[in-house]
Design a protein around this ligand. Structure first.
Ligand code: ADE
Length: 244
């Protein structure tokens, strides 16, 4: 089956609403929802925020369910000035920007593994599905929501993602990330932790993030509005094509 994780229930709500033959299993304070989505067997779980919560959930998911691949989804703060609210990022390399074990390892390198980032898989197929979704955007996203969020031409990029246990909401922090990890286009709080666990268990991993805010002064307001309304409709639309 295919595992789908997000950090918040809001980010997968539309998938849970569409899930058929739904069963639930409770473990470690998480609820794992199994069932059929677009005729594919899936298991969906929201991990809660942060790298520890996401890593623990991923480990449980891999050990208790027979996964062929794992997809992480949710929102992110854009730190590349080309990205706008409503754009889609298909993750390429995942960095943990808060790992710093110098002088034993170089900055950002994961101890023992000695990797600066973890790579994703299935990008071509996902990229295709995202393009189909964006071409049929109005089927999934209400016109009034599009206007509310000032989304005119939503685009997608295949880009690097920086994860850490911080909600980023200042230009100062953005500048420091741009300087230290110049290829990272967005920030969030789970992806690279999930990527590391999938790497360690040899599970194919991919990640789709929708830009909810620009990691600036207004981030907390933009983030909440976006996550609570349209975020999960993106993944519902994208998976319809990905699973076809
Ligand atoms: N997820 C969405 N927006 C974010 C931000 N600004 N910082 C961290 N994680 C986020």
């Amino acid at each position: 089956m295919i595992g789908i994780i997000s950090a918040m229930q809001e980010e997968v709500q539309s998938l849970l609403d569409a899930l058929q033959n739904c069963n639930t299993v409770e473990k470690g304070m998480r609820t794992y929802y199994t069932g059929m989505l677009y005729n594919k067997p899936v298991v969906i779980v929201f991990s809660r925020w942060g790298k520890v919560a996401a890593a623990a959930t991923t480990t449980q998911l891999i050990n208790d369910f027979d996964l062929e691949e794992l997809i992480f989804t949710g929102v992110a703060g854009g730190i590349d000035q080309q990205l706008n609210i409503g754009d889609v990022v298909i993750g390429k390399e995942l960095f943990q920007y808060d790992v710093d074990a110098r002088p034993f390892y170089q900055q950002f390198h994961i101890p023992i593994l000695n990797l600066k980032s973890v790579s994703t898989t299935n990008n071509d197929k996902l990229n295709h599905a995202v393009s189909f979704f964006l071409n049929n955007y109005d089927t999934y996203i209400l016109k009034e929501e599009r206007i509310n969020f000032n989304i005119s031409y939503p685009k997608s990029v295949i880009g690097d993602i920086a994860s850490g246990d911080q909600f980023i909401s200042s230009m100062e922090k953005i500048k420091s990330l741009n300087l230290n990890l110049p290829t990272a286009v967005c920030v969030e709080m789970e992806g690279a932790a999930v990527a590391q666990v999938c790497y360690e268990y040899s599970i194919p991993f991919s990640i789709i993030r929708v830009i909810s805010d620009k990691a600036n002064d207004n981030a907390h307001i933009d983030f909440s509005r976006f996550a609570n309304t349209i975020a999960s409709n993106y993944i519902l639309g994208i998976l319809e094509y990905y699973f076809a």
